[in-house]
Write a protein of this length. Sequence first.
Length: 62
Amino acid sequence: MEIRFQTKEESNKRQQEDFLKLSKVERFYAFLRLSERISKFPVKNKVNKNKDNFLIVIDEKE
């Protein structure tokens, strides 16, 4: 493992350069791996406060 001390801009630039060094197929697979990892990322479930409510809709007749 390598530890580097760099700014966010430097880090982003390096990541972009490393990504662009990959072939098109490798970039696609890297995208798929990232998509899979993001889908497994834990998120806080939103509570639907209106879940037990109902709506009465009255259509206006002309």
